[in-house]
Design a protein around this ligand. Structure first.
Ligand code: SF4
Ligand code: SF4
Length: 81
């Protein structure tokens, strides 16, 4: 049975993703990405981490992004199918 990950990122906790980036550094398959949602990229609130390629997530055996996040902002749900 496989697990399908649903990656939730709490934007209220992840307040300065452009400076932190810890989750990006530990994700070997590059599931996560840093992007900005407004042309004014000088404001931290205009940056966010997105699960760009959730289908590449290694699943429960990994969980490195959850472990490394200092704000507890990442939650991954694994649904079997
Ligand atoms: S659980 Fe592992 S593979 Fe999946 S997003 Fe987090 S670091 Fe990347
Ligand atoms: S590790 Fe956590 S706080 Fe840091 S950028 Fe990733 S989600 Fe945001």
């Amino acid at each position: 049975m496989k697990s399908k990950p649903k990656i939730n990122i709490d934007e209220n906790r992840c307040s300065q993703p452009d400076k932190c980036r810890k989750c990006l550094q530990v994700c070997q398959p590059c599931v996560l990405n840093l992007t900005f949602i407004d042309e004014d990229y000088h404001k931290p609130k205009n940056w966010k981490i997105i699960p760009a390629f959730p289908q590449l997530c290694l699943g429960p055996e990994c969980g490195k992004c959850e472990e490394v996040c200092p704000k507890g902002a990442i939650g991954i749900e694994y649904k079997s199918y």
